[in-house]
Design a protein. Structure first.
Length: 201
């Protein structure tokens, strides 16, 4: 048995009004995408696999780990994906974080979308001539990470900044680039899979 339903006038008007919005949401903004890719080239030096040593100050004292980073573009260069993983002396994972760096052409601003240790947030990032700076608000303080690339070495330091006080350094890492990586785009659908998804065989 079927029941014919007749939409009310208000529902029909709402449906028609939403159609252009839905269509616009599905349309690529190629100008914005081009601006994103151009902006992200400032961070292309990060791409690849990196390895080195990291030191951090904790309530229990100084802690040292072997730090690795793997970085690569996604969305055809619109964003950069960063995974940092630190290993203890016994080989166990002591730290793991994921970041997605993006650029907003409308705001003319970069953002680090960070996920680490059960915490997540969006934080401002600013490319510099030698690297980048990104900051995290922490109550009355600001956590500032400053990265520089010098002679093939990626150095990044973390400082706790409080107005009227000297910066307190709590983190430092020094990495060497080990090589290229196809991550994170590797392993996606190949040409044949893309054809099948599109219904063309």
């Amino acid at each position: 048995m079927t029941i014919a339903l007749r939409p009310s006038g208000a529902a029909l008007v709402l449906f028609v009004a939403v159609l252009p919005i839905a269509a616009q949401a599905q349309t690529a903004d190629r100008e914005a995408m081009a601006a994103e890719r151009a902006a992200m080239t400032k961070l292309a030096w990060m791409d690849g696999v990196w390895r080195g040593q990291a030191m951090m100050q904790t309530p229990a004292g100084e802690r040292r780990i072997t730090q690795t980073e793997r970085i690569g573009p996604m969305l055809d260069g619109d964003v950069r994906v960063v995974e940092g993983k630190g290993f203890n002396a016994d080989g166990s994972v002591g730290f793991n974080a994921l970041g997605i760096i993006s650029y907003d052409p409308a705001a003319e601003a970069y953002t680090m979308h960070s996920y680490a240790q059960g915490r997540a947030g969006d934080f401002p990032l600013t490319p510099t001539d030698a690297g980048y700076v990104w900051t995290i608000p922490a109550g009355p303080a600001t956590i500032r990470y400053t990265a520089t690339l010098t002679d093939g070495t990626w150095t990044e330091v973390g400082d706790r900044i409080v107005t009227g006080q000297a910066p307190q350094r709590f983190f430092e890492m020094r990495l060497t680039r080990m090589g290229d990586t196809a991550w994170p785009t590797a392993g996606g659908p190949g040409a044949q899979e893309r054809k099948e998804v599109g219904g063309v065989r």
